[in-house]
Design a protein around this ligand. Structure first.
Ligand code: NDP
Length: 512
């Protein structure tokens, strides 16, 4: 029986595939398009979460002792397993999250690529190295290495149930940690599948990656379970609660929160390419993308053409749950309410929907909003639906000013044919990531760090920064030979400090 089939065997006794704690309370995950039950999972209470973390501790030690080569080999086995069963996992993602199968394949592909990069670059990024000791400690050798934290807790959202948590899980594992993962209550089957796949692919250190399921309380229990770090991906309000819970035990946190990303379309942009990217960036995955484009600022010379190109493309999009649909339903029914509130606010404050603006059950029609005031919630708050606002601005400077006037700062895009101009705008954009003449590309480049500023969070996943995020720097010095005079000893001669002061005066005192 395949893992996906196991997920379908929904009985109170089976309770999905993760019921190792004889928890009596369970919850269901359902297909957002049809309401069909996808899986039944235990609600792990605080005791069960703690038990899981405790079981992960010896696994963390074994995993760390395997060293970089041993871990790289096993991470390769894991990604091989995922690659061989890609369609099975994509089918589960489609059923539980609602996105088209092809989009699920794309998401899994990215996750596999990150697993590969993290495994291959861990030693070079984190391994022991000698650093210059400097003049004051010239008789010492200095060493730096990045050591794992032990057990890392990962709390993930439902919108990219494979790619997003794997941005933490892959890098935490590659850095030598064990992981206990709490998937969103909307996508527990995908989380359980990922952990079951680990057990199958890496049986000798199976407990290095485990899953606990449940709702917010299970996540809060993970914050309090004594993990070495808690990597949270989700909304800013929940992020605050997670930080507060972690503060009780001084557990460090990584916060990957929401966004209100903007695209700037400059006078000299390739308008057709910008429109194509804006439509994909805003509507794919039903707009439920933290780094999705929610706002566009187009300069006056290109505005009309841009709006025409966008509307023509959006006209061809159809939501649905079949293979030809452009995107699926809202995964979380309550998100449709948020989208509706933003649409109502946009239109009641002077904006107009040139396309879309309607909801049919869980499906939101692709919506293009014009003339929406900057004070509207459709411009200020994260909408997380297949909508886009397009605003005319005088020039790229005004576009940048409006882009940066957001409490969020996750990512964004610039379209311009001038490399210098585009790079300058990208650098000055208040965000963690910016792509020039494309959207979302940074997420597919494992060497690039991923994370936000302001309300979009702090800390980085992906790349060397992402590996270091799940470690603590360890500094070691080794005395190579003793100096005739040891300044850090009560035996030092009284004149030694004066001699040092004179040398410092000669070396540094000339700088003004
Ligand atoms: P939520 O913040 O609602 O939930 C995120 C996770 O936290 C879920 O697993 C949730 O569990 C859990 N949780 C809820 N309450 C608590 C609590 N008190 N303590 C601990 N954990 C808790 O976010 P969504 O799942 O709705 O995800 C969408 C959000 O995620 C958007 O804002 C989006 O922008 C952001 N996001 C950010 C990304 C980034 O990398 N910056 C990437 C992807 C999404 P449960 O679901 O069971 O309630």
């Amino acid at each position: 029986m395949s893992l996906a089939e196991q997920m379908d065997t929904v009985t109170a006794a089976a309770a999905g595939t993760v019921d190792r704690h004889a928890t009596t309370e369970t919850f269901e995950s359902t297909n957002p398009a049809t309401g069909a039950v996808v899986g039944v999972f235990p609600v792990h209470d605080a005791a069960a979460v703690r038990e899981t973390v405790e079981r992960a501790r010896p696994a963390a030690q074994r995993w760390a002792e395997l060293g970089y080569d041993g871990r790289r080999q096993r991470l390769a086995a894991y990604r091989g397993y995922l690659a061989r069963r890609m369609h099975e996992l994509a089918d589960l993602v489609h059923r539980e999250n609602g996105k088209p199968h092809a989009d699920a394949i794309l998401e899994i592909t990215l996750a596999i690529d990150h697993l590969s990069w993290a495994g291959a670059h861990a030693r070079k990024t984190l391994g022991p190295r000698r650093v210059r000791a400097g003049v004051l400690a010239a008789n010492h050798a200095a060493y730096l290495e990045y050591q794992p934290l032990g057990v890392v807790g990962v709390i993930g959202p439902w919108n990219y149930p494979v790619f997003t948590p794997m941005g933490s899980i892959a890098y935490a594992l590659a850095a030598g940690n064990a992981v206990v993962f709490k998937p969103s209550e909307y996508t527990p089957a995908v989380g359980a599948w990922l952990a079951a796949a680990w057990r199958a692919a890496v049986p000798d250190v199976a407990d290095a990656f485990q899953v606990v399921t449940g709702s917010g309380e299970t996540g809060a229990a993970l914050c309090r379970a004594g993990v070495g770090k808690l990597a949270f991906t989700g909304s800013a309000p929940t992020g605050r609660r997670v930080m507060a819970a972690c503060a009780e035990t001084l557990t460090p946190v990584l916060m990957e929160l929401g966004g209100k990303d903007a695209m700037i379309v400059d006078d000299d942009a390739d308008v057709a390419a910008a429109a194509d990217a804006a439509v994909w960036g805003s509507m794919s995955n039903a707009g439920q993308t933290c780094i999705g484009i929610e706002r566009v600022y187009a300069t006056a010379p290109v505005y009309d053409r841009f709006v025409a190109e966008v509307t023509e493309r959006v006209r061809g999009l159809r939501p649905g749950s079949d293979d030809e649909a452009a995107y699926g339903p809202m995964t979380m029914a309550s998100q449709a309410e948020v989208v509706k509130r933003h649409l109502d606010d946009a239109t009641s404050s002077g904006g107009r929907a040139v396309l879309g603006g309607t909801l049919e059950g869980a499906f939101v029609s692709p919506t293009v909003l014009l003339d929406v005031p900057e004070s509207s919630s459709a411009v200020r708050e994260e909408t997380f639906g297949p909508t886009i606002t397009i605003t005319r601005v005088a020039d790229a400077e005004e576009a940048l000013e409006r882009t940066n006037a957001s409490s969020y700062g996750l990512a964004g895009a610039v379209f311009s044919r001038s490399r210098t101009r585009a790079m300058d705008l990208a650098r000055r954009m208040r965000s963690g990531m910016t792509s020039v003449n494309s959207v979302l590309t940074f997420a597919s480049i494992p060497a690039l760090p991923f994370g936000g500023v302001g309300e979009s969070g702090f800390g980085r996943i992906h790349g060397e920064d992402g590996l270091k995020e799940f470690t603590r720097a360890k500094a070691i010095t080794r005395q190579r030979y003793a100096l005739p005079v040891n300044l850090m000893s009560f035996t030092r001669p009284p004149a030694a400090a004066d001699a040092v002061a004179r040398v410092m005066g000669v070396v540094h005192g000339r700088h003004r």
